[in-house]
Ligand binder design. Structure first.
Ligand code: ZN
Length: 219
């Protein structure tokens, strides 16, 4: 699988609009997530977001701010892109192999894009096969990549569970199975019972664990 690594001011701006100005996703028990994300930003950027009259104004304000930040030091992000490229060439195949070994199925896509973001949340778009990753830290980028590529495999191989579980539970199960690829991550609060279930025994296969997780959600 090839990973394209890019930075787009438009794409970066979108994360602030979708998750800080609004919150256009399931919270999975994350209380005050929007306020927490806001509090992590530079005061000037916080002010742009909180004082915007509407979404368009917020978009323009954030876009201009990020453009200025980028132009002040374009090397910061460009260097980060080349560092991640070099690292991915060394370890990317191992990450993909790890996921294939977990699922016992091939990784189904040839090309995925990673957009670096200055924000502190890393959403993804399965239809367009891209995910966001931290713009600075390689260890965070690699663990995000493993987490999001796990999602892409889950959507591909377990899409049929969506009708059975309904969207919110299906999404929760998709998050909770990252326990197997990213045991170092805490997970979202609502994942806890599923993570406890996954931890409770050694599963014969990933399929078996996913079925048990689905069954638990329907109880
Ligand atoms: Zn996730």
């Amino acid at each position: 699988m090839d990973l394209d690594i890019k930075y787009s001011i438009e794409k970066d701006t979108q994360t602030y609009i979708n998750f800080v100005y609004n919150f256009k996703s399931f919270k999975h028990g994350r209380i005050d997530i929007q306020a927490i994300l806001l509090s992590k930003l530079e005061p000037k950027l916080q002010n742009i977001i909180t004082s915007a009259e509407n979404e368009d104004a917020a978009y323009k304000g954030v876009f201009d701010y990020l453009t200025q930040m980028y132009n002040e030091n374009p090397k910061l992000i460009e260097d980060s892109i080349s560092k991640l490229k070099t690292t991915w060439e060394k370890v990317g195949a191992n990450i993909v192999y790890f996921l294939e070994f977990l699922y016992k199925k091939p990784f189904p896509f040839e090309r995925v894009t990673a957009y670096l973001t200055t924000n502190n949340i890393f959403p993804y778009n399965y239809e367009q096969k891209y995910f966001y990753a931290n713009y600075k830290y390689i260890s965070s980028q690699l663990s995000t990549a493993k987490h999001e590529l796990n999602h892409f495999m889950f959507y591909y191989y377990y899409g049929s569970l969506k009708d059975k579980l309904g969207n919110e539970k299906y999404e929760l199960l998709k998050e909770a199975v990252t326990f197997f690829s990213n045991p170092d991550q805490e997970g979202k609060p609502n994942e806890l019972p599923l993570r406890e279930l996954f931890k409770s025994k050694l599963w014969g296969s990933f399929d078996e664990a996913v079925s048990a997780g689905a069954k638990h959600l329907l109880e």
